[in-house]
Write a protein that binds this ligand. Structure first.
Ligand code: ADP
Length: 337
């Protein structure tokens, strides 16, 4: 990432569920992994994440690594005695006073959508092998032609979901979204399975079988396809639909199966809404980002299948290696502006 070598700053994206940090460390092989188990180092550009509800851990991490000293004077010359760091996401507003009080830094706020789009454009133009497709267990990196990048649809799956049509650098429009996102998966998952964390919920879903709870076309049609309208017997007719007829209580289902159905339901729904919006604007390429994806094969496969199915193979779902840090990266690169 040569273009970032000159930058030595900290940028934050404070979302509803997670705080994302991007910062430059002069010492490339330095890792905080052992200290808090949540940061990764890519060369000299470092990435870390914290749960927003545990914001004190984030403040401590910044203080311990003296990242707050890497702030800059505000370009307008305001508040000369204070350092500014770039911050985006709703928490840049909500927690500004906390960061000022605890670390003595001020936020130079960057718009959330602007940062997201800036982060994706930066990655697609600068980082080789950033985008890839995932279908039927096959991961394939996609060569991005910089002259033929726009327009595309960006689907960011965070706590909620934003769908943004991107037409160029700084040229974008939020065209849709849905409140059924990563927060819904985690929130409902915690209520239904009693698991404590996202990782635990993912692990559960890994071992589950959604057919135990989902009502399939075959369940309605006595095991056969509804071929006249192109629905196979294994297509989901109704997510969680079996639960109404089985006479079972929640406790009668395995939490693994509940987690699997939930993951399938949320991923499918997002894939379908994304495709419908791509269709609305004639967009062929859809990039999916946000921490909900977490590089999980099952999630990516479900989204890809939904896009493939609804578009009859016309549109392509693509994923990004730095999926969770798009906004933070956008804020980070805005130090250059
Ligand atoms: P936001 O900016 O709204 O916080 P993110 O892109 O950070 O959005 O994604 C948040 C979502 O990512 C959560 O709702 C959850 O589904 C998922 N997620 C992935 N890893 C974690 C984790 N370690 N803790 C909590 N949620 C996680």
């Amino acid at each position: 990432m040569d273009s970032t070598q000159k930058i030595s700053h900290l940028a934050l994206d404070i979302g509803g569920t997670l705080i994302k940090l991007v910062y430059f460390s002069a010492n490339g092989d330095y890792s905080e992994e052992s200290r808090n188990g949540c940061s990764v180092v890519h060369g000299k550009l470092c990435f870390a994440k914290f749960e927003t509800r545990k914001i004190d851990d984030c403040l401590e991490f910044i203080r311990f690594n003296i990242l707050h000293h890497s702030g800059v004077q505000h370009p307008n010359g305001a508040a000369h005695d204070k350092l500014y760091v770039k911050a985006t996401g709703g928490g840049a507003f909500k927690f500004a006073d906390l960061f000022k009080e605890k670390l003595g830094i001020l936020f130079d706020k960057e718009d959330e959508m602007h940062s997201l789009v800036g982060g994706v454009n930066f990655l697609l133009k600068t980082v080789p092998r950033e985008a890839f497709t995932y279908l039927d267990g096959q991961k394939e990196f996609v060569e991005i032609d910089h002259n033929d990048l726009y327009p595309y649809l960006l689907v960011n799956i965070g706590s909620g979901v934003s769908m943004i049509k991107v037409d160029g650098d700084g040229k974008y429009e939020r065209i849709s979204g849905t409140s059924l996102g990563g927060g819904t998966f985690l929130g409902l998952g915690k209520l239904l399975t009693k698991c404590k964390s996202f990782d635990e919920l993912l692990e559960l879903s890994h071992h589950g079988n959604n057919r135990v709870i989902d009502m399939l076309v075959g369940d309605i049609y006595g095991g056969t396809d509804y071929s006249k309208i192109g629905l196979s017997s294994t297509a989901i007719a109704s997510s969680f639909g079996k639960a109404i007829s089985d006479g079972k209580e929640l406790e009668d289902y395995q939490p693994e199966d509940v987690a699997r159905s939930l993951l399938r339901m949320i991923s499918n729904n997002i894939g379908q809404i994304a495709y419908l919006n791509a269709l609305r604007f004639g967009l062929k390429r859809i990039f999916f980002g946000g921490f909900f994806i977490r590089g999980l094969e099952y999630t990516m496969d479900t989204i890809s299948v939904a896009v493939h199915f609804w578009s009859r193979g016309e549109a392509k779902a693509m994923f990004l290696r730095h999926e969770g840090f798009l906004g933070a990266l956008g804020a980070f690169t805005s130090y250059n502006n």
